[in-house]
Design a protein around this ligand. Sequence first.
Ligand code: PMP
Length: 290
Amino acid sequence: MTAYLNGQFLPLSEARVSPLDRGFLFADGVYEFIPVYSRFPFRMDEHLRRLQDSLDGIYLPNPHTPDEWRAIILRIIATADFEDQSVYIQVSRGADIKRDAPFPKGVAPTVFLFTAPLVTPSPAQRESGVATITAEDIRWARCDLKTVALLANVLMRQKAVDAGCAETIMLRDGYLTEGSSSNIFCVNDGVILTPPKDHRMLPGITYDIVLELAAKHGAPHEVRPVSEAELRSADELWMTASSKEVLAITTLDGLPVGHGAQAGKPGPVTRLMHDWFCSFRDNVMRHANA
Ligand code: PMP
């Protein structure tokens, strides 16, 4: 697998960073994850804009212009011997010669990228949806920044794995925030509901696409706080993320999602949204490759 580290393209196994790197010592860094289909980076500019927002949020000057980023990303994609990829980008505040919390002066940031095969949901997960649990959201108050301080997300994800589930859905003060690595949508009485972008959740690139598609197709939707009661009584639930796309959630804390004959199965709005998403993505790709 190919990596990029501070100006050099090299095999991932040969990439080395200092143990004094602030990403390692303080989680003082941000990251992005760009899905790549048939070597086309999907929504790259939006990912680069969010990277800029995350860097601004931690007062770390962007080491590259958008054109430089695009060139690095396209080159790393070209070096891989697989078509569908996930490009990981990380920028940390670099490695000083000592461990000291305030920002160091004159230290270059560490820029690290690598590409791996893109892993999307399996056909079985697509067909049946996935199981989830809920937990209190114990993260800090800047969940809108995509920082590498992911320990709470890691603990939440492990909680899901230990329970034989795919994701943990988090609640803060009785309201839905997001999944440990996804945004969450409900369908209640025919209306798609999802929380607004604020400091309590990551502004997902796929979240934006889903809301654009709902608007384009005239599907009733509301972006507003979603209560725990609304989450638990939803007719349908799905999660979105770059690697998950639109993925049905069919159980929540061991109970089937939805009602009547639909209970515990991917619902009609979820299926429709997944189809819209796939057509949209395929269309973007067709134009990109034309
Ligand atoms: N929330 C969190 C906490 C995430 O880690 C992710 C995945 N990066 C998302 C939401 C979904 O964001 P995106 O659609 O941009 O992948």
